[in-house]
Design a protein. Sequence first.
Length: 632
Amino acid sequence: MKKFIPLLVLALGALFLASTLRPAGNDTEFDFASFGRLPVLKNGRIKPMDTVARTALLMTQGRQRVATPEGGTLTPVAWLLDTLFRPELADTYKTFEVVHPDLLSLLGLTPEQGDGKKRFSIQQISPKLAELQRQAELAEPVDAAVRTAFQKAVVALMQHVVYYQRLKFSLVPPDSTNFLTELTQFQAGLQAGIAAVRAQQAGQTFDQAAASMTLNMARRFDMMASAGSLLAVPPDTGNPDPTAWRSSGEALLATFQTGSVNPNSLAYAGLAHAWRGQQAEQFNTILQLYTDQMRSRFAEPLVKSDAEVRFNQAAPFYSSIYLYVFAFLLAVFSWLRWPQTLAKSAFYLIALAWIATTAGIATRMWLEGRPPVTNLYSSALFVGWGSVLLCLILEAIYKNGVGGVTGGLIGLCTLIIAHHLSLTGDTLEMMRAVLDSNFWLATHVVIVTIGYSATYLAGFLALVYIFRGVFTKSLDKETADALTRMVYGIVCFATLFSLVGTILGGIWADQSWGRFWGWDPKENGALIIVIWNAVILHARWGGLVKQRGLMNLAIGGNIVTSWSWFGTNMLGVGLHSYGFMDSAFFWLSAFVASQLAIIAIASLPLEKWRSFASNRHAATPRPLHPVPQSAK
């Protein structure tokens, strides 16, 4: 029966992935799915409302689920509808994460008042909003790299509050309870209102009520135009140029020139009226009519919006996390029992996760129209993708579970890193000018990222060697020799790709900035990876290190690669500082410290290795596997 276990695991994994492809259920009468697919322009990219909602929630609270005061939950789209059309209700939702104790004290809040002891509503924050703004203004001039933890927390919360407030002004005025009626009355009295305003300005007799209403609406339209963050009104001609999209406020201001209210703004006012009144049939009818007329003029943006919504709902990277966890556990247990059965099961799960990740990366490439690596988030995905692919190849060759362990661990770690990087905003962001080159993104960036993947894989294989040798009795000569061959081959591969990628980066720098090399921190980081891999190879070829020395040097590769990938960005200087993320400093430091500790443990005399293993397995009657002579 054991031979059927891998097939059963494969079938269960495939069913799990298939279940994520089903359209999300809708337990209300409102057509949330169609509203979530409506395209808008934000941050230079046409995206669906569903992405706007998910991105906003990830930024402000670190998750996509919204808890209501009544104890229920809302989907991202339902939360966005309340934010846009019922802001007085959305203000009660606890969607702002605040954990710094000094910031909590500033706001007059305690953890017990928050959802999960860390999430609070804008209603709770508002009494101290003026003080929060004052503290943010004091912190803003301070360079981001040297701000205190309190200052960082203040600036981040203020940015989230502003982001939320701007969302509320995007489609209708947040202070309006019936904007549809106001627009129809404005439209009916538009000509009289304009005439009254002109007469007032000329000092002539005028209709005071008509002039007052017209000026009041103009001020509200102007506020929407300046404060709103979504460009939800497409160009009338179907022009795909992003600069032709307008905010609802801008479209309404144009009413004074065109003489009629923009139909797109009117449609959103109708949706707001129906949502506030919880009139599902009216909401769905307006939404269907609006979607039909949009589809007739903007077919391509709607096709991509539909695909992006399905991609968001399927969440292939989150699904892959679960598969990698189970694969890692199966591969580890394969060293204890049923080696062939469990190792093969782990191999199948990792292959499924890799396929899901591949599909996710390919979808992102199609949506963005770019190569796979365009920012830190996508680099984390691609580093994991490349490393896991190499792990699958190694496992197919050696069939010893090592590829399963390293593949599961690297895949899990890189996707967790990617998740935390997604908390900073839209991961399908527009390209900075210097990066706006598909050729160089597809050559330099992809090749150097493959070098990252391979260097990390060599380091993680070395970790397997050290942990099995120090803490278990499973590092026999055959396993040690196999791991040595794996690490050596992967380091050769990493050296080639790191060198070629770094040279291509110099050529790109020469085209973009007029110099091939400028000792920029990021450029130095890339050079360090090349030099470190070359040191490993020369030390091995020259006989300066044996197996353990090779493994220690490979673990050092984890440190230099992490420095080049993240550490150089934390400096906040140089032409490559576009990926600055100071919040990762603690985790980078902890990772480096852990790698140094492992190197120290690995450098202990072999007698200590045997002592560790013997103490850990004192109840095991079988003798410790002999440490290979070459390890000495």
